[in-house]
Design a protein around this ligand. Structure first.
Ligand SMILES: [Zn+2]
Length: 432
């Protein structure tokens, strides 16, 4: 607050009118006049101080109001999903990962389904993703700002959570499998570059901000997401919404150079593909593809969309296509995430799916059914269009199925022995 000084003065007219009086009376009069003048002046100043004080109070009030508003906004944003909007803004500025230079060997390996994602740290995976966009000609053909591409990828990384399974490494694996399928099946000869951009971008974004608990949990626990999306693919809708919240930030919008029509197409295409990753729709999507595959028409937009949906589904659940050393740790990660969910479901009195129950599931039992009834039938349907995948993708799936069946036989035999042992012990006990 400003400190007020007291200006002390007598007006010229007053001094003139007093000049003819005797010096003593003059002085007394003058003093009285001065007193009045000072009193008035003080009163005025006091009034001003009071007004200023009120202004200060008003300012203080404003401060408090702003503080309150801020707190209110923060508390609203604290609800699970909005809080993460903070993450939507990239933490770091122009990223500094060019030091992660990819060797010729890495660049070659990246094109194959055998690529081992466990070997790389997040920054290296970011460099790999960046390389894929350049290598496929997407940066050049769509005039994507290379710095925006880096910032977008960093922002993507920051918006995956550290779940045991649904994390940034899973995002990377799915995208890398998409990239290797594009290379292996020469998809650039069949699809437009816009389709390739949609396939890659949907893969990158497909599990954004996954909370680590599946749709069944969301719906049964009546979570915020389930309520928001009316129980219809709550997670996939959320992944999609987060993806486009990121694109709404100019710093991260790799499509900023697109005309509105092209953006509309990329948005529609990406949404369709991300929503297709809901496994609840597996039968419906695969059936639709099976109906088209024997007379597949690359000129038919509906056929193309259906194929793209099946491709992202293949990549999403493609771990078992990879070499055993790469694939197997993912089963542990998935079971860890499942067990976390089933433990929580038990604690909250919600239904528990047997395939998530740590009391009921083992690695082989978890994998055999999935490989036999989900993976192989889907990849064998894709094989009809792309015979190239037989050796690189379908054969490894069959080998993995056989390996897990052997493991199950060993497990069963061990259990049998265990059972007999405990039976003998019980009988021994009875004899005594
Ligand atoms: Zn996924």
């Amino acid at each position: 607050m400003q400190i007020l000084s007291l200006p002390f003065f007598i007006s010229p007219s007053l001094s003139l009118s007093l000049s003819h009086l005797s010096p003593s009376v003059h002085r007394a009069f003058k003093i009285n006049e001065l007193k009045t003048e000072v009193t008035n002046r003080l009163a005025m100043l006091e009034k001003r101080v009071e007004l200023e004080g009120m202004k200060v109070v008003e300012i203080e009030k404003c401060h408090n109001d702003i503080k309150k508003l801020r707190e209110e906004m923060a508390s609203r944003n604290n609800s699970n999903f909005l809080e993460d909007n903070k993450k939507l803004t990239p933490r770091r500025d122009v990223p500094s990962y060019p030091k992660y230079h990819l060797s010729k060997e890495t660049v070659e390996a990246l094109r194959l389904p055998t690529f081992d994602a466990w070997q790389w740290e997040p920054n290296e995976m970011l460099s790999c993703l960046e390389h894929m966009y350049h290598d496929l000609g997407l940066v050049k053909d769509f005039n994507i700002n290379p710095i925006t591409l880096k910032r977008w990828l960093l922002c993507i990384h920051d918006n995956y959570r550290n779940n045991p399974f649904h994390n940034f490494r899973h995002c990377f694996c799915v995208t890398q499998m998409m990239y290797s399928m594009i290379c292996l099946c020469s998809l650039q000869e069949k699809f437009t570059q816009l389709d390739i951009l949609i396939l890659m971008t949907a893969a990158v974004c497909h599990d954004l901000d996954h909370p680590g608990f599946n749709n069944t949990y969301q719906i049964n626990a009546r979570t915020e997401l389930a309520v928001r999306y009316n129980d219809i693919s709550p997670l996939e809708n959320h992944h999609c919404a987060v993806a486009f919240q990121i694109f709404s930030q100019p710093d991260c919008n790799i499509f900023s150079n697109f005309d509105p029509e092209a953006f509309k197409q990329i948005r529609q295409g990406t949404i369709t593909l991300i929503l297709a990753t809901d496994m609840a729709r597996h039968g419906e999507i695969l059936d639709s593809f099976k109906q088209k595959v024997d007379n597949f028409d690359y000129a038919d937009e509906e056929h193309i969309t259906c194929l793209k949906m099946v491709l992202i589904k293949c990549c999403d659940i493609s771990n078992e296509v990879r070499p055993m050393e790469v694939a197997e740790p993912w089963v542990d990660c998935l079971l860890e995430e499942y067990f976390m969910q089933s433990d929580r479901e038990k604690a909250e009195g919600l239904p528990v799916a047997p395939f998530m129950d740590r009391e009921k599931v083992t690695k082989p039992t978890a994998q055999i059914g999935f490989i036999k009834f989900v993976l192989i039938p889907m990849f064998e349907t894709v094989l009809k269009l792309f015979p190239q995948i037989e050796e690189a993708m379908v054969q490894p799936l069959r080998e993995s199925r056989d390996r897990y069946e052997e493991l199950k036989q060993i497990d069963d035999a061990m259990n049998e022995v265990q059972k007999k042992k405990s039976e003998n012990l019980t009988m021994g006990g009875k004899k005594k």
